[in-house]
Design a protein around this ligand. Structure first.
Ligand code: HEC
Length: 299
């Protein structure tokens, strides 16, 4: 009965774990990437270990049964050295000579009492040495004769691929911008959101109507850090000049909120605030090609 439950448990374990592993392999994009999905490997190794353990237990149980049977029949089983196989393998791979045989391989030299044995090279070492030679030849041919990518080329290729993926991601994700792709919004709902963000975060320094205070007037044509949507976005995202009080809002606001508040700020152009601050900076003339002034890109 006990045995029956054990086998049943074993079969259930195998079934459930195979099912889990197959599901994982089907649902992961790179199931065998040790870096991304180490669990798949852990599960595989665990299953193999359990199967091996089970086999080992089976064999020992069979051996035990055999011994008992022989004892019952009155045959004394001869002692078997369970390490015999391992010893044989070690001997074959080291070609070690027993102490008693040393006289056969001792050399004639005698360096002040130090003698030398003429051992043959241990095969484990020798084959590894051959393997390095083969590796060296393959490497030489592949990289220096056939001109496969070296590390630098490989790196550049991967970086280019990563940039492409980043671009793809940016194109589809509303919360990531590139200064070159960000655009001014004009929808009423976006401007309403922009206004809310402005009143909450910016009005303290720029006045609720954008007339200015600690910060410059945002309704006039004068700009310190460059006018136009992209410059305004850049200033808000990366902050103003050091020590002037305009921080980089990328740390607190989401990029799409910055896009909305920047659009809102620009919508204030030409309005008449209650207490306008005197103009600061230069009159901004919109170019067809907008240039980014202070900091050239969003980090
Ligand atoms: C602590 C006060 C303070 C707060 C809060 C603040 N600003 Fe500013 N802002 C400034 C100062 C000061 C400058 C001028 C920076 C400089 O001279 O480099 C400035 C500059 C600007 C500029 C560029 C103006 C120009 O003439 O080039 C824009 C656009 C701007 N702020 C928008 C915002 C927005 C949007 C917010 C809210 C998210 C905001 N600011 C919050 C103080 C502030």
């Amino acid at each position: 009965m006990k045995k029956y439950f054990q086998s049943l448990g074993y079969i259930i374990f195998l079934g459930v774990s195979s099912y889990a592993i197959i599901t994982a392999i089907k649902s992961y994009e790179k199931p065998f990437s040790l870096y991304e999905n180490p669990l798949v490997w852990i599960a595989l190794v665990a299953v193999v270990l359990v199967v091996l353990l089970k086999e080992f237990l089976n064999i020992t149980a069979l051996q035990q049964a055999e011994k008992l049977r022989m004892e019952k029949d009155g045959i004394t089983p001869e002692e078997v050295d369970i390490w015999a196989g391992v010893k044989k393998i070690i001997k074959r791979w080291t070609k070690a000579r027993a102490l008693e045989e040393e006289s056969e391989i001792i050399l004639d030299h005698n360096y002040d009492g130090i003698k030398e044995l003429d051992n043959s090279l241990p095969p484990w070492w020798l084959y590894m040495f051959y393997a390095t030679i083969i590796f060296g030849v393959v490497y030489l041919v592949r990289y220096h004769v056939l001109g496969a990518d070296n590390q630098a080329t490989e790196y550049n290729k991967e970086m280019a691929e990563a940039r492409m993926e980043l671009q793809k991601y940016q194109a589809t994700s509303p919360n990531v911008f590139d200064i070159s792709t960000v655009t001014q919004l004009t929808d009423a709902s976006d401007l309403t959101r922009g206004k809310a963000v402005f009143n909450l975060n910016c009005a303290a320094c720029h006045a609720p109507d954008g007339g200015g205070g600690i910060g410059p007037n945002l309704t006039d044509k004068h700009w310190i850090l460059g006018g136009g949507f992209k410059n305004a976005f850049n200033t808000i995202y990366n902050g103003g000049r050091d020590g002037k009080g305009m921080v980089a809002w990328s740390k607190t606001l989401k990029p799409n909120d910055i896009q909305k508040v920047a659009s809102y700020v620009l919508s204030l152009q030409g309005t008449t605030p209650a207490k306008p601050k005197d103009p600061q900076g230069d009159i901004w003339v919109e170019n067809t090609v907008e240039e980014v002034s202070s900091k050239d890109s969003i980090k």
